[in-house]
Ligand binder design. Structure first.
Ligand code: ZN
Ligand code: ZN
Length: 340
């Protein structure tokens, strides 16, 4: 079968590898249908991802169909449409026992630290799969995993009805934080980015204001649009400039949630964190309940595939797909695995 291997940004190739063995105890063979390219894949192929070593075999945003079911697997049958939850966890550490297995001490991610689903098929433990309802077609389902991260971040932030929110960065994660924050009841939401096309998408998805992140009076304009400082700021960029803006936009006693993957150490205005009692929270991936919530949000029509999916390439053109995904005007680029 075919499997994508990434050696660097200029070395994205398709290897011919053996088909997976028959599924063992508790395992399912999944035939991939659509696989998303994530911001973390772009960091990884550029050699900038702090936790992905090259070469690697990508594919953690996977929609597919059950091809075969191993012994002892209940609840899945051949042909079921599924989405992958790529966390691989120990189940024994303190974090796992507390239900926070997204930060398991032994965490590995399928398609990051272990071979992923950007291939004709892959084997996975049945408990890493979620069945898709009929209302969520495969293209829409490609947003389940990307939406689960924002759902988790919003849950950690504690926002609720009436919250005032700022979202820094209007890539796929920022736009989906906007969707998840609205669903959680946030009323005023301001989004910032440097690209007009992304700001336009944020407006369409219900942002009260979508502002140029480099505008000279950004902080004043953002506060004006919110009518106040923000209760919560989601930093989906996670660089020096965005962290500085986050600490200035958030209200005294408010919360900054770091959702973006920072390339390395970043200076944080600790004097503001202390003086204003600002809570700075990290947010990593999601757990099963966040994935389930993402599926029901998509089933409810909170966002459509057209709002985010900007290109689909066949698996054979994986290198072109990665090149397209590097174009900042793109939002979500998918690879379609047509194994015919
Ligand atoms: Zn991802
Ligand atoms: Zn664990």
């Amino acid at each position: 079968m075919r499997q994508v291997v990434v050696g660097s940004a200029d070395d994205i190739r398709i290897e011919d590898v053996p088909w997976p063995a028959a599924p063992g105890d508790g395992q399912v063979l999944v035939r991939s249908a659509l696989v998303g390219i994530c911001g973390s894949d772009l960091h990884a192929c550029a050699g900038h991802h702090p936790f992905i070593d090259l070469p690697y075999r990508p594919g953690h945003e996977v929609v597919g169909a059950v091809g075969a079911v191993g012994p002892g697997v209940d609840g899945f049958a051949e042909g079921d449409r599924v989405v992958l939850e790529p966390n691989v966890v120990c189940g024994k550490c303190r974090q796992c026992l507390d239900g926070r297995y997204n930060i398991c001490r032994e965490l590995a991610v399928i398609g990051c630290q272990t071979p992923g689903g950007m291939a004709d098929a892959f084997l996975v433990a049945a408990d890493r799969l979620h069945r898709l309802p009929a209302e969520v077609d495969n293209t829409l389902a490609s947003l389940v995993e990307p939406l689960a991260t924002p759902v988790h971040a919003v849950r950690r932030s504690g926002i609720g009805p009436g919250s005032k929110v700022a979202v820094l960065g209007a890539g796929p994660i920022g736009l989906l934080v906007l969707v998840a924050a609205r669903a959680a009841g946030a009323t005023e939401i301001v989004v910032t980015d440097v690209l007009p096309g992304k700001l336009e998408r944020a407006r369409k998805l219900g942002a009260a204001a979508a502002l140029d992140a480099t505008g000279p009076d950004l902080l004043d304009v953002a506060r004006g649009a919110l009518g106040d400082a923000a209760d919560v700021v989601f930093d989906c960029v996670a660089n020096q400039a965005s962290m500085g803006q986050a600490l200035e936009l958030v209200d005294k006693g408010g919360t900054v949630v770091v959702v973006g993957v920072a390339a390395g150490p970043t200076t944080v205005g600790l004097h503001l964190v202390q003086d204003r009692e600002i809570t700075v929270l990290g947010s990593l991936m999601y757990t099963r309940e966040d994935m389930s919530r993402a599926i029901s949000l998509l089933a409810s029509g909170a966002v459509t595939a057209d709002d985010l999916v900007t290109a689909v390439f066949p698996l054979a053109e994986a290198a072109r797909a990665f090149a397209a995904a590097r174009d900042p005007e793109q939002i979500k680029v998918l690879i379609s695995v047509d194994s015919s």
